[in-house]
Design a protein around this ligand. Structure first.
Ligand code: UD1
Length: 337
């Protein structure tokens, strides 16, 4: 069976992807530095799949460690999640983001080239489109100047990978995620935000759990159906599955270009108020919330045109928003002592 390296495999999307890889019979080796994840996630994965994945605690900034890791391994493909992802923090500490997200990508690609590992999946983001002029957003929408160093690392990352595919045997797919939410339906793995959550769903579930007093809705004067901002929220298990079909496309040489880009979303836009109401309905409870002004850097609306992923990857999302919000709440309840 093929062996897949998952960097950041104990993180939110990484851990769900490891589960889906193992369910499909792949051998998985995880690299994670535990900077924004917890070793207990390994047990969660093992409970779900019945198989403990191989794990190495390595910081990808440690070039020597990455080199010796590759020397000892026979890897067929790499799915690269390991990166810092807090937008606000990236504005305050840009160099941390360029080092964590760009320097590590370079080291990884260097070792892959040396060791003739040619299949690579990159975690990209719909943030590369900024506020797109046309909705839904296709892969042909122009890339806009990044709003933050975090967003910039995704753009630069895509460019570095593209350049490397031109001069090596590298075959790569960049998946541009819309807004990943939810948790595994078993509630054995999920999102573990550090401190006060910046993203909407963890803030919603922590408010429902009484950890936060109330949710602040950032802006109700947007040009949308109810004035609140619109996003495309995708269940993390659906998103994880997109990585498996993308990796299989590379392993079976079905890719049409050395570098390909796919939007991964549901295709459906939901406003913040839609999310609040769906959460209340799915879980039969009431949420405290108030309106405040817009958050700096936020766009009005983004949702995916997923035609390319539907046709080329034969993938589409299956879970509904309510499913995702139920799973997020189930997971949250397990976190509350
Ligand atoms: C954010 C990042 C994006 C990143 C993504 C990763 C910003 C500006 N963008 O996307 O680059 O790829 O996370 O998950 O940070 N909201 C509230 N109240 C809250 C929190 C959020 O009303 O307490 C609203 C936001 O204004 C937004 C929506 O909920 O309209 C979703 O916010 P969030 O979950 O942070 O995702 P994005 O901002 O879309």
């Amino acid at each position: 069976m093929k062996k897949i390296l998952v960097t950041g495999g104990l993180g939110f999307i990484g851990s769900h992807t490891v589960v889906e890889l193992q369910n499909k019979g792949f051998n998985v080796v995880i690299i994670d530095d535990l900077s924004n994840s917890d070793i207990s996630v390994l047990n969660g994965i093992t409970k779900i799949t019945g198989k403990k994945p191989e794990f190495h605690q390595i910081d990808l900034k440690n070039k020597d460690a990455v080199q010796s890791f590759f020397k000892d391994q026979k890897i067929d493909g790499v799915i690269h999640f390991a990166a810092s992802k807090a937008v606000g923090e990236s504005v305050k500490q840009p160099l941390k983001y360029y080092e964590n997200n760009i320097v590590t990508l370079i080291y990884l690609l260097q070792e892959m080239e040396k060791n003739k590992v040619t299949n690579f999946i990159f975690s990209s983001s719909c943030t590369v489109y900024g506020q797109a002029e046309e909705l839904p957003i296709t892969e042909n929408a122009p890339i806009q100047p990044a709003e933050s160093p975090y967003g910039n690392t995704k753009q630069i990352g895509e460019e570095i990978i593209t350049d490397q595919t031109k001069v090596s045997n590298l075959n790569a797919i960049a998946l541009r995620y819309f807004n990943p939410i939810g948790a595994h339906p078993t509630a054995l793995i999920g999102e573990l935000p550090l401190g006060v959550p910046q993203n909407l769903i963890p803030f919603v579930t922590q408010t429902a759990a009484g950890i936060r007093k109330e949710l602040t809705v950032f802006g109700n004067d947007y040009n949308t159906h109810d004035g609140t901002a619109v996003r495309d929220y995708i269940h993390v298990v659906d998103l994880a599955k997109a990585h498996i079909v993308a990796m299989e496309r590379l392993l079976f040489h079905k890719n049409k270009n050395n570098i390909e880009f796919f939007n991964i979303g549901t295709g459906k836009g939901s406003s913040v108020l839609d999310v609040i109401h769906a959460f209340e309905k799915a879980n039969n409870l009431k949420l405290n919330y108030k309106f405040d002004k817009r958050r700096t850097g936020d766009i009005t609306a983004a949702y995916a045109d997923t035609t390319l992923a539907n046709n080329e990857l034969n993938w589409k999302s299956e879970f509904t928003l309510e499913d995702a919000l139920k799973d997020a709440w189930k997971w949250q309840q397990k976190q509350t002592p």
